[in-house]
Design a binder for this molecule. Sequence first.
Ligand SMILES: *Cc1c(COP(=O)(O)O)cnc(C)c1O
Length: 482
Amino acid sequence: MDHAHSATNTADSPTGDPSDAPSDTPARPRTPGARVAARRDLAVRAAVARGLVDDGARPVAALLDVATVRESAAALRTAFAAVAADGQDVLHTFAVKAAALVPVLRLLSDCGVGAEVASPGELALARAAGVSPAHTVLDSPAKTGAELAEALALGIALNADNPEELRRLDALRPSPGARLGLRVNPQLGAGAIDAMSTATATSKFGVALRDEGARDWVVRAYRDRPWLTRLHCHVGSQGMPLEAMAAGVRATYELAEEINTAVGHRRIDTLDIGGGLPVDFTSDETSPTFDTYARLLARTVPGLFSGRYALVTEFGRSLLARAGTVLARVEYAKSAGGRPVAVTHAGAQVAVRTVFAPEAWPLRVRAYDGRGRPKDAPPVRQDVAGPCCFAGDLVARDRELPLLAAGDHVGLLDTGAYYFSNPFGYNSLPRPGVYGFTCGDGEATGGAEGADGVRFLSVREPQTLDDIVAESGGGRPDALLD
Ligand SMILES: *Cc1c(COP(=O)(O)O)cnc(C)c1O
């Protein structure tokens, strides 16, 4: 069985708390994770009832729990506020690549979280969401001259990646008020997933600090440039041990102190510590929490919270993963080589990392019946396949789950970041609709809210066949004929 995920229908079903509810009403789930899970099940059932997934043109949809997004943003802010100095300026930004959807960026902005962008497209999305330049940070290893000039003109903070980029900035003659930094790589080594490890000796990101002469070069770079006032690191994403992340932040802090001493005044006034908090894809409960990480930082790098530096964070996955579910119909159930295979409509097009790197990116799959109710049947080992035409298009292999049948549904859990918002174009499969949802208290308040209290808010309409034809050169069928 892959990655030892127990069947989610038994292990993670919400638990009732008899102590805080009268016996004749449903008990309020006990833990934060159980509350998220209970809302998810409610939304799945409502989504099926209202045809957000159907047996026609909408076999797959993505659901996003607005309350979970708000809760994780609040948890992040509270965690850092608890360890920050009085009045210390802490800007939290969201790594837009994790969920590149304008209404999501707007929601986060409403929760006091800005945007970390890494391409002209992501910057355009952040601007469309109304994220202010003061709350936007541009990081990318491949910024063009035009991007640099635009960022300076807009007054967006940016972190240069390498010496050549710094020379390009020199030519643009930034004003001392520009919020410009340099990304460094403390070269701490890899985490559990190579492709996510940005602090290896040969990583493509930032100035490799332990290379010969690099540290001195960095100090000189700051001495020569009065407008260089920030220092940035992001030492890895999923798979990086927390201690290694904190060590990376500590190395960055120590370098800032060294630079400020060498320059003779507090030239660096802002430290951008990146994102990278890992998500536990095996459980509904969040671990590690933002709180755990903030406290670890406070112990490992006390100076970070002395108030002498403004701080920037750039979390992506840990802010959004928990909030998202991919919901797909099971089209067929079959058997091959003695193993049951459920052929669903969620595969590589919405779960690219899980399909192509299943060891690194296992997902929990939850089984729902034809009406979107959790299936409660003895677990059976089976494969859960997607619709794409290649053999590896599986989101779970040899997984114990209630036996899936045609017309059932599957939920891919914790897929709010880097899944449906990062679709993979294959077999001309349409990008699924994305629907935010809120769960009322059972009292219908009008609008789109149903009797179940669930209200859906369209974030992205499903792509239509006309859309697919149009983006595939449909407007110029004769283009290659002469
Ligand atoms: C991807 C990325 C992030 C966010 O990483 P998560 O693991 O999603 O938190 C932050 N900063 C930079 C520079 C990144 O490339």
